[in-house]
Design a protein around this ligand. Structure first.
Ligand code: NAP
Length: 285
C-alpha cells in the first residue's frame, strides 16, 4: 500500500533518486528543495502523487509551511526523510562562528525542526518512520570537515535519543550512513572564508577527494541508495537505528568501530595506572 512521504533535498542526488524510486513504487510524496525547478521533472512524471515544495532548512517559517502543506495535500505524513544537506570545508581554526552556525542550522537544527513538526502528526496516527541521512562521518572524523563531522555526529546523537522516545508511540527512527555516492555533494561543498595555509598538509588532499567524489570510480550510484532505503522502509523486522549504506560504508564503519574499541581499552589501561585515580581496587572495569 502506498504511504505518504516527506523527503527533503530532492532537486538532486540521493533525495532525487529516493523520491523517484518511491514514486515509481506507488507512494505519495511531498518533495522539497530551495531550487524548485529541480523538482519539475518529478512533479510532471507523477502529478497526482508528487507535491513539489520550496523548503529552506535554515528558515523556520519555510519548514513550518512545508510540513503544513505536505500534511494537507497528502492527508498526513507516514515517513519523514531528512535528507537535504550541504557540507562546509575548513580546519577548526579556519571556521568562523557564523559559518559554524550556518552548518549546524543545515545539518542539525533544520532536521530537528522538521522532526518536531512531524512528531505530533505521527503520534496522533499511532505510527511513523523518521529517517535521518547522516554519513559515515557520523561515526568518525576526517580532517578539514570538522563542522560537517560535528553536524552529523549531533544528528546521530539526537536520532538515538529520539529512537528511545519514539518507540512507545510506534515511531521508528533510522539513521542512514552513506559512504561515497555520486551526487552534487562535492560540488556544493562550501569553503571557510578564512584560510590558514599551515593546514594544507592535513586538509588539501581531503578537499580534492571530496570535490571529486562524483568522479571516483569506487563511488556508489544514488539509485542503489534509493533501492536500499525502500527495502528498509518496507522491512517487517526491527531495524537497527544506525545503518551504513554502501559497500565502502561498511569498511569505514568497521575500521572506526575497531579504532573506538582500541581507544577505549587504551584509556582504561591508562586510567587504571594513574596515581590520581579514585576508583576502588582495580579501577574502572
Ligand atoms: N553523496 C555522498 O557521498 C554523501 C555521503 C554521505 C552523506 N551524504 C548526505 O546525503 C544527503 C544528500 O546529499 P547529496 O549527496 O544527495 O548531495 P546533493 O546532490 O548536493 O543534494 C543535496 C540536496 O539538499 C538540498 N539542500 C542543500 N542545502 C539545503 C538547505 N539549506 N535547505 C534546503 N535544502 C537544501 C539541495 O537542494 P537545493 O540546493 O535546491 O536546496 C539538494 O536537493 C546530505 O545530507 C549529505 O550530507 C552524502
Amino acid at each position: 500500500m502506498g504511504r505518504r512521504w516527506l523527503v527533503t533535498g530532492c532537486s538532486s542526488g540521493l533525495g532525487r533518486a529516493l523520491a523517484t524510486a518511491a514514486a515509481r513504487a506507488g507512494h505519495s510524496l511531498a518533495v522539497t528543495a530551495r531550487r524548485t525547478a529541480g523538482l519539475d521533472e518529478l512533479a510532471a512524471a507523477w502529478p497526482d502523487r508528487v507535491v513539489p515544495l520550496r523548503l529552506e532548512l535554515r528558515d523556520a517559517a519555510s519548514c513550518e509551511e512545508a510540513v503544513r502543506t505536505a500534511a494537507d495535500r497528502l492527508g498526513g505524513i507516514d515517513i519523514l526523510v531528512n535528507n537535504a544537506g550541504a557540507g562546509l570545508f575548513g580546519a577548526v581554526e579556519e571556521v568562523s562562528d557564523t559559518e559554524l552556525r550556518d552548518q549546524l542550522e543545515t545539518l542539525l537544527i533544520g532536521p530537528w525542526r522538521l522532526t518536531r513538526l512531524v512528531l505530533p502528526l505521527m503520534r496522533a496516527q499511532g505510527n511513523g518512520h523518521i529517517l535521518n541521512v547522516s554519513s559515515v562521518v557520523g561515526r568518525m572524523a576526517f580532517p578539514g570537515l570538522a563542522a560537517y563531522v560535528a553536524g552529523k555526529h549531533a544528528l546521530e546523537g539526537m536520532s538515538q535519543a529520539l529512537a528511545i522516545e519514539g518507540a512507545p508511540h510506534n515511531i521508528r527512527v533510522t539513521v542512514l550512513e552513506p559512504g561515497m555516492f555520486a551526487t552534487r555533494y562535492g560540488i556544493s561543498l562550501a569553503e571557510a572564508r578564512h584560510r590558514v595555509p599551515a593546514y594544507d598538509v592535513t586538509n588539501r588532499e581531503m578537499l580534492e577527494g571530496t570535490r571529486g567524489v562524483a568522479d571516483n570510480p569506487e563511488t556508489g550510484h544514488p539509485d542503489d541508495f534509493a533501492a536500499a532505503v525502500l527495502d528498509m522502509v518496507a522491512a517487517d523486522v526491527p531495524l537497527p537505528v544506525r545503518i551504513p549504506v554502501g559497500d565502502d560504508a561498511y569498511g569505514y564503519v568497521d575500521q572506526a568501530e575497531q579504532a573506538s574499541r582500541e581507544e577505549f581499552a587504551a584509556a582504561r589501561t591508562l586510567v587504571r595506572g594513574l596515581p590520581s585515580r579514585r576508583w576502588p581496587a582495580d579501577g574502572p572495569r
